[in-house]
Write a protein that binds this ligand. Sequence first.
Ligand code: PLP
Length: 351
Amino acid sequence: MISRKIDLRTDCINTPTEEMREAMRNAQIGNDDLQEDPTINRLEKLAAKKIGKESALFCLNGTMANIIAVFTHCQKGAKIILEKEFHMYFAEIKGICLTSGVLPSLIKSDDGIPNLQNIEKAIKETDICYANTGLICLENPLYRAEGRIVSTKIMGEIGKLAHQNNIPVHLDGARIFNAAVALNVHPSVLTKDVDSVMFCLAKNLAAPAGAILAGSKKFIKNARKNRKILGGQMRQMGIIAAAGIVALEKMVDRLREDHENARILGEELNNIKGIKIGLDATKINKVYFDIESLGISACDFLEKLAESGVLGSLFSPTKIRFSTRYEISREDIYDTVSAIKNVIKGLRRRE
Ligand SMILES: *Cc1c(COP(=O)(O)O)cnc(C)c1O
């Protein structure tokens, strides 16, 4: 029995660090609608540099940044190519279609990894009754495909295909820094083939809110106008941007620790009879595991585990997901493993 709660449901529950709170308290602020908030201006410059793009725009959240991206890239009636397990489809498509008047064109992927031939086929549907392709959307790492990372090679091939056909590419990189850290590359290596990219400052980077949309100067200038059309302009929000600066300066390199914790947790779970670990599950801060052969549903298993203070997230009827994050320590990882072993012991006793 663990006396504290170990919350591994998601990295979206991170709270701002002490350093962020201090930076927020001391932030210089101004009216962002007039582009006079010095802290937001500093964040946007820093973000553009970190992600390898000319210019960046501070947005309320990732969903809004993605919506602004589509709104800025696409004409009404165009189709956007994406995969049904992308966050931009399963969680955001309604807002995207309603605001931009675009049509989703779904492509079949290989376990989440976009398939070049299928994208090409969708682009080449040029019969008069088909819509023109306005945008190709990518996601990296893949949220639903067990946190898999799309390789720089595939990113490059898709970028090349798109640009040969004069089609822009937008990357939903909510956790792009996790992918960059896991691959040990500068984030710009993962964004050089796309025209725009979104990433979250909240979630794994622990700012209380905010996301960045980055791209060329011209694109961001238009995106800024479109942000306002969509009601996303802000006033003295430097107070939040201050936490975003700390997020980018202090919280990126340390993602390694989360990955290491996830890897250890994955390896420990993999040694337990009855537990199966997923694909590339432990390259970032996520661990996905299947408990079907334990003869209990994932939902019931999570309920039992919660009794000992460990919380996980239901991924499918037989699969559970754990997310590590900066507020989860190595000790939490080992305590989680013990708690899981105890739950399984209890199941065997019952038999
Ligand atoms: C969280 C998330 C988003 C949306 O970001 P919000 O800040 O929650 O609006 C988009 N894409 C992916 C892959 C995400 O994980």
